[in-house]
Design a protein around this ligand. Structure first.
Ligand code: F6P
Length: 341
């Protein structure tokens, strides 16, 4: 059997751990040949492919990014994109694909399966917003990086009696903000799921200053004020129709200064949250996802995604996994509110 792998969407720590696990188990336990398609769905559309042998996956377990490259290419936006993929797979003698990605990459995987291509999905995203799995790999690493940043920013904020606003990623969900904010002891956590009242934030900040502490505000890039809109970094949309978020941190820091007279600074963590070596948790999760994806391919169980349920890896339908975003439940957010102010 010849199996192709690809990584699509924003990169994420742990992608190489999945690739390694699929290649190791595919070759050593199943006797398969493995190939890697470069740059997400662009690879199988353009025939951009490389062999993947055991030597190619030595030493990649701890490496961030993806040795296959990634892109946000959408074959359903390209006329004839699906036919091109089918032709490349036939030319390459590839019987099945393992697609590692988030909602967009796996949405394509779902449609391709319906169009007759055998695909098994592996969920990845630092945002942790994919339905049908308790966690995605990459999230734990992003939360660690953001928490470390909060710890560091706290000491400089306290030295200068400033409010520090830390903007984290997460797109339209607040998982990274909630977890890093809780872990870092933030005084305010703002998430897209719960539009915020600027005056309340200002009151919490003042209260913190009154107690001689510097306020730390963690804001998700998709958080928005009541009655307002998400702040966009640019008006551009990607091939899946996503806007680029960013800027709410700076906006909020200015509002805080305007209403309190206190100095404030905003720090946008940005892509540093996605870079570098994965945590041990993400390496283990990514490795287990890869091992179970091999079993799904061997069973001919296409149109599924491997998922974490409790401590077990299970298979769920791609249609279930991509049906809706997993947002932060309001009762989970309410748990954190006790620490605000
Ligand atoms: O989905 C992962 C993510 O990092 C989001 O948190 C963020 O909004 C987006 O990707 C950034 O995308 P890009 O890498 O295209 O700037």
């Amino acid at each position: 059997m010849r199996v192709g792998l690809l990584t699509g969407g924003g990169d994420c720590p742990g992608l190489n751990a999945v690739i390694r696990a699929v290649v190791r188990k595919g070759i050593e336990a199943k006797g398969w040949e493995l190939v890697g398609f470069r740059n997400g769905w662009q690879g199988p559309m353009e025939g951009n492919v490389r062999p993947l042998g055991l030597a190619d996956v030595e030493d990649i377990l701890a490496r961030g990014g993806t040795i296959l490259g990634s892109s946000r290419t959408n074959p359903y936006k390209d006329s004839g994109g699906v036919d091109k993929i089918k032709q490349v797979l036939a030319d390459q003698g590839v019987d099945a694909l393992v697609a590692i990605g988030g909602e967009d990459t796996l949405g394509v995987a779902r449609r391709l399966t319906e169009d007759g291509v055998g695909v098994v999905g592996v969920p990845k995203t630092i945002d942790n917003d994919l339905g049908a799995t308790d966690y995605t790999f990459g999230f734990d690493t992003a939360v660690h990086i953001a928490t470390d940043a909060i710890d560091r920013l706290r000491t400089t904020a306290e030295s200068h009696h400033r409010a520090l606003v830390i903007e984290v990623m997460g797109r339209h969900t607040g998982w990274i903000a909630l977890h890093s904010g809780l872990a870092g002891g933030a005084n305010v956590i703002l998430v897209p799921e719960r539009p915020f009242d600027v005056q309340k934030v200002v009151a919490w900040v003042k209260r913190r200053f009154e107690r001689q502490y510097a306020p730390i505000i963690v804001v998700a890039e998709g958080a928005l004020p009541e009655g307002g809109d998400e702040v966009l970094a640019s008006g551009e949309k990607d091939a899946f129709g996503h806007v680029r978020l960013g800027g709410v941190g700076n906006w909020l820091a200015d509002e805080i200064t305007r209403h309190t007279g206190a100095e404030s600074r905003a720090v946008v963590l940005g892509h540093v949250q996605r870079g570098g070596t994965p945590t041990a948790y993400d390496r283990v999760l990514a490795t287990r996802f890869g091992l179970h994806a091999v079993d799904a391919v061997a069973d001919g169980d296409f149109g599924v995604m491997v998922a974490l349920r409790g401590t077990d890896i299970v298979r769920v339908k791609l249609s279930e996994a991509t049906a809706e975003l997993k947002t932060v439940p309001l009762e989970r957010y309410a748990e954190a509110e006790v620490f605000f102010g």
